[in-house]
Design a protein around this ligand. Structure first.
Ligand SMILES: [Zn+2]
Length: 80
């Protein structure tokens, strides 16, 4: 592992991990989308991104559409 990599915190469990092992998302207006280089971003760890209960907690917290959010995570995990 590259030790110079920035350490980021998972928004859900607050676990700290190297940035490359986390999913990066952003809040655009009220919707959470994949991070595209600008805007307010946050991170989600591998464990939380596969944990239905945690995801549902985030959906509630950010008032997201459940179906859309699960699809987004699925896409991100496929690509990343
Ligand atoms: Zn986490």
């Amino acid at each position: 592992m590259n030790k110079s990599q920035p350490i980021r915190m998972c928004i859900s469990c607050r676990d700290r991990q190297p940035q490359s092992s986390l999913l990066r998302l952003k809040i655009a207006d009220k919707d959470i989308t994949a991070y595209d280089g600008s805007g307010r971003s946050f991170y989600l760890c591998d464990v939380c991104s596969k944990n239905q209960k945690k995801i549902k907690g985030l959906i509630k917290r950010f008032k997201q559409d459940e179906e859309r959010f699960f699809k987004l995570l699925e896409e991100l995990m496929k690509n990343g």
